[in-house]
Design a protein around this ligand. Sequence first.
Ligand SMILES: *[C@@H]1O[C@H](CO)[C@@H](O)[C@H](O)[C@H]1NC(C)=O
Ligand SMILES: *[C@@H]1O[C@H](CO)[C@@H](O)[C@H](O)[C@H]1NC(C)=O
Ligand SMILES: *[C@@H]1O[C@H](CO)[C@@H](O)[C@H](O)[C@H]1NC(C)=O
Ligand SMILES: *[C@@H]1O[C@H](CO)[C@@H](O)[C@H](O)[C@H]1NC(C)=O
Ligand SMILES: *[C@@H]1O[C@H](CO)[C@@H](O)[C@H](O)[C@H]1NC(C)=O
Ligand SMILES: *[C@@H]1O[C@H](CO)[C@@H](O)[C@H](O)[C@H]1NC(C)=O
Ligand SMILES: *[C@@H]1O[C@H](CO)[C@@H](O)[C@H](O)[C@H]1NC(C)=O
Ligand SMILES: *[C@@H]1O[C@H](CO)[C@@H](O)[C@H](O)[C@H]1NC(C)=O
Ligand SMILES: *[C@@H]1O[C@H](CO)[C@@H](O)[C@H](O)[C@H]1NC(C)=O
Ligand SMILES: *[C@@H]1O[C@H](CO)[C@@H](O)[C@H](O)[C@H]1NC(C)=O
Ligand SMILES: *[C@@H]1O[C@H](CO)[C@@H](O)[C@H](O)[C@H]1NC(C)=O
Ligand SMILES: *[C@@H]1O[C@H](CO)[C@@H](O)[C@H](O)[C@H]1NC(C)=O
Length: 721
Amino acid sequence: MADNSILCSVSSLILSLFTLFSCLFGHGNSIEQLAGYNTFTISSFKYPETQIRPFDMRYIRVDLPPWFSSMSIALKSSVNLDIKSVENVPKSALPMICFREGSLPLPDVSNTSFGVALSNSSFEGTQVLQNSEQCYPVSRNMTMKLTNEQISARVLYFGLFNGVGPTRTQSKMIVRGPSYSFAANISVEGCITSSMQGQYCNQTVELLSCGLSRNNSGNGSASGFFNQSMLSCSNNFVTSCLGDEEMKIYTLEILRVAEFLTVSAENVRLRPVNNSGNGSGIDLMCFARYGAMPSATLHDFSGNLNKSPLVINSPKVGQWYISILALNLSKETGGSQSNVSKVCYSLELQELECPLGKAGPNCLSERYMLQTVLRKDSTPFESYFLPYGEKVMSDAANFLLEPLLSNYSFGGLDTWTYFILDIPHGAAGGNLHIRLTSDRKLNYEIYVRNGGLPSLVNWDYYYVNKTSNSHGSMFFALYSSSEEKADFYILYVREGTWNIALRNLNSTDGTSNRQTTMSVSLERCPKRCSYHGDCKSALDASGLTSYSFCACDRTHGGFDCSIEIVSRQGHIWQSIALIASNAAAVLPAFWALRQKAFAEWVIYTSSGISSGLYHACDVGTWCALSFGVLQFFDFWLSFLAVVSTFVYLTTIGEVYKRAIHTVVAILTALMAITKATRPSNVILVMAIGALALLVGWLIEFSTKYRSLSFSMDLCLNSLER
Ligand SMILES: *[C@@H]1O[C@H](CO)[C@@H](O)[C@H](O)[C@H]1NC(C)=O
Ligand SMILES: *[C@@H]1O[C@H](CO)[C@@H](O)[C@H](O)[C@H]1NC(C)=O
Ligand SMILES: *[C@@H]1O[C@H](CO)[C@@H](O)[C@H](O)[C@H]1NC(C)=O
Ligand SMILES: *[C@@H]1O[C@H](CO)[C@@H](O)[C@H](O)[C@H]1NC(C)=O
Ligand SMILES: *[C@@H]1O[C@H](CO)[C@@H](O)[C@H](O)[C@H]1NC(C)=O
Ligand SMILES: *[C@@H]1O[C@H](CO)[C@@H](O)[C@H](O)[C@H]1NC(C)=O
Ligand SMILES: *[C@@H]1O[C@H](CO)[C@@H](O)[C@H](O)[C@H]1NC(C)=O
Ligand SMILES: *[C@@H]1O[C@H](CO)[C@@H](O)[C@H](O)[C@H]1NC(C)=O
Ligand SMILES: *[C@@H]1O[C@H](CO)[C@@H](O)[C@H](O)[C@H]1NC(C)=O
Ligand SMILES: *[C@@H]1O[C@H](CO)[C@@H](O)[C@H](O)[C@H]1NC(C)=O
Ligand SMILES: *[C@@H]1O[C@H](CO)[C@@H](O)[C@H](O)[C@H]1NC(C)=O
Ligand SMILES: *[C@@H]1O[C@H](CO)[C@@H](O)[C@H](O)[C@H]1NC(C)=O
C-alpha cells in the first residue's frame, strides 16, 4: 500500500489520472479480497491437450486436504455432441467422463442411468455418491465446481473414456471410431484457518477435543462392557447459546475404529430465564456428516437432541462434522413479546472404543489387524494379508479361520469376528480378493466396509450365499462360489482402512472339527483376466496411482474378459470370411501367369497366402509364425504387389525394371517394418508406384530422343540378353 501511494504522489501530471485509477482499482480489489473469501489455492493442475483414441481411457487423481473448500475443473474437448445426438451414439463410442470418491471409476458402466445431469453441460451441484460413480457424456466445454459441502472424500478420481461397455477391452486389429482430445484445468481452493470452513470459508467451526476416560467402575459382566475406553469429547464444557434458526458447527476427528458415538445436549435452558417456559418444546436439531459440512438437507445422521441423544453406530474413522440448529424457539416462549432470545446447552460427545484386539457391540468379538505381505516378483504392487500373532503359523497366502474365531455365547447364537486391513495410497488401481473355502457347507456371512466396522445393517459389500450378495454393485465381482466356497473381488478398491466381518451363523455347531481357510489379497486383474486376456498396467495422469486393466482377446470383453462378445460359431464364420477374402489374390495371380509375368505371379500368390495366414492369426484361429513376422509379410508383400503392378505397366527395358524393383523392395520393406498400419502408407505406396511409372516414362523418353548417345549401351544390353 505504501509503495502504491508514493507512486501515486510522485507520478507525473499526465500519468496521474491513469495511476490514480489503477491505485483505486488495486485498493478496491484488495478490500474485496479481504472482505470476501478467505481462501487460497492449494493446488492447480493444468493437463495439456491429450488425445483419447477409441476405447482408450485416462484417469486423473485429485487430492483434497481436510481444509479444502472447493474444487473446480474446467474441461475443453474436441467432442461435438449436443444433448439430442448423445442418445443416438452407441455407448461403445460415447465419450464419457466419470468420477468417483476414493478410487477409480470403472469404464464398464452398466445400465445405471448416466443421463441424470445431461441437460446442462455445467454439472454444478451434484452430490457425489459413495459406493457408485457418476458419469456424464463429455461435451465441448465443461465446468464443474464441487464444494466441501458436496464431497466428503479426501481423494477424487476422474476417468475420461472414449466408449464404455464390454467391447472396450476386446482386442481389435483395426480400431474404428473417432478420437477426441481434451485439456483440463483443475484447481483446489482451501481455507486459511481451520476454524473457518465451508464453501466460502466464512462458517465458524468449533474444534472438539476428546479425552480418554477409562471406565472400570461399572459392573462389566452384567452390562457386557469390559475395559472399554470411553472417549469424552466436548468443547471444554463451554455453554453455547443459539438464537432461533441459528446454526453452530462442530468438528471432531475419530482416530481409531469405534463402536459408537453419542451426541447429547446437556443443560438445555433458555436465556434469559423465563418461568413460563422450560425449553422442553424447543427442537435442538443435530445433523452429523462424515467428512463434509452437514446441512438440513444433506447429512448422514440427524436427531432432536432435546428429545434424545443421537447415536451413531460404528462411525467411520476420520473427520466428522456436527451441526446444531435451534428451531421453534419463539413458539415455545410464546411469540415475539417474550424477551427470551436464546437457548443454551452444553454439547457432550462420547465415543466408545474397545480395547486392542476386541470389537463388537460388547467388545467381546475378536478383531485382528492384518499384516500386508508383499507378493514376491510382483510388479506393480501385489500383496496378501495375514493376521499376525502366534495363532497363525502359516507361510502360505491363506490362513485357517477356526482358531481365530471369537468364542463367546453372549446374546444371540451368531458370533462376529473382525479383520482390519489397510489399502495404501495409490493402490486404488488394484482389486481386493476375498476367498473362503470350507470342507463342508459354509456357515459364515461376510460383510465388508470401508472406514468403520460393518454390521448387519451397515456395509459396503456383503456375501451371504450364492443368491444373496452385493451382486448388483458394479464394483463387486463374484466368481465360482458354491455352498462350500465364497470367492469375490471388490474392484478398484477404495484407499483406506477396510474392515471384514465374519458372522458365524451357528457357533454351537461344533466349529472345532471344521476346516475353513480364508485368503485376502490385493491383486491386479480379477481372476487373471479369466484366461482370455492380458493384464496391463498404467499410471494415471498425475502419476501417483497405477491401475490395472485387462486387454482381452478377440472374442471376449468386459472388465475381467468374462463376457463372450463373439460366439464360437460366429467366430469361425468370421475367420472363414476374413481368410477367404484373401482368395481375391487368385485373380491377378492368374492374370500374371497368363502374361508369363512370373515375378509378379510369385508376388501376388505369396501376398494372398501371407495375408490369409496373417488374418487367421489376427482373428485368433491359428498362427503359422509369430504375429509380428506375419504382419510384416502381409504388409510388405501387399505394398510390393501394388508397386510391382505399376512397374510392370511401364514399358521400359528389363534392366531398369530390375533396378526399380530392387529400390521399391527396399523402400516398401522399410515402410512395413516401421509403421505398417499407419493410414498414410496407402498414399505412400501409390506415390512410389506413380514415381516408378514416371521414372520409367522419363527413361523411355530420354532413350527415345537420345538414342544415338545411348545406342552403345542399348547394343551392349541387347547383346548381353
Ligand atoms: C440392466 O439391464 C438388465 C437387462 O437389460 C436388467 O436386468 C438390470 O436390472 C439392469 N440393471 C440396472 C442396474 O439397471
Ligand atoms: C441449465 O442451467 C442453468 C443455470 O443453472 C439453468 O438456468 C437452466 O434452466 C438449465 N437448463 C436445463 C435444460 O436444465
Ligand atoms: C466455456 O464455459 C465457460 C463458463 O460457462 C465460459 O465462460 C466460456 O466462455 C466457455 N468457452 C467456450 C469456448 O465456449
Ligand atoms: C487453463 O488455463 C489457461 C490459463 O492459465 C487457459 O489459457 C486455458 O484455456 C485453460 N484451459 C481450460 C480447459 O480451461
Ligand atoms: C458465507 O458467504 C456466503 C456468500 O458470500 C453467504 O451467502 C453466506 O450467508 C455466508 N455464511 C455465513 C455463515 O456468513
Ligand atoms: C462408568 O460406567 C458405569 C456403568 O456403566 C456408569 O454408571 C458410570 O457413569 C460410568 N462412569 C463414567 C465416569 O463414565
Ligand atoms: C456384578 O453384578 C452381579 C450380578 O449382576 C453381581 O452378582 C456382582 O456382585 C456384581 N459385582 C460388582 C463388583 O458389583
Ligand atoms: C480388564 O483389564 C485388566 C487389566 O487391564 C485385566 O486384568 C482384566 O482381565 C480385563 N478384563 C477383561 C474382561 O478383559
Ligand atoms: C416470560 O414470558 C412471558 C410470555 O410468555 C412474558 O409475559 C413474561 O414477561 C416473561 N418473564 C420474564 C421474567 O421475562
Ligand atoms: C416443562 O414444562 C412442561 C409443560 O410446559 C412440563 O410438562 C414438563 O414436565 C416440564 N419439564 C421440566 C423438566 O420441568
Ligand atoms: C440365501 O440367503 C437368503 C437370505 O438370507 C435366503 O432367503 C435364501 O434362501 C438363501 N439361499 C440359499 C440358496 O441358501
Ligand atoms: C445350529 O447347530 C445346532 C447343533 O448342531 C443345530 O441343531 C441347529 O439346527 C443349528 N441351527 C441353524 C440355524 O443352523
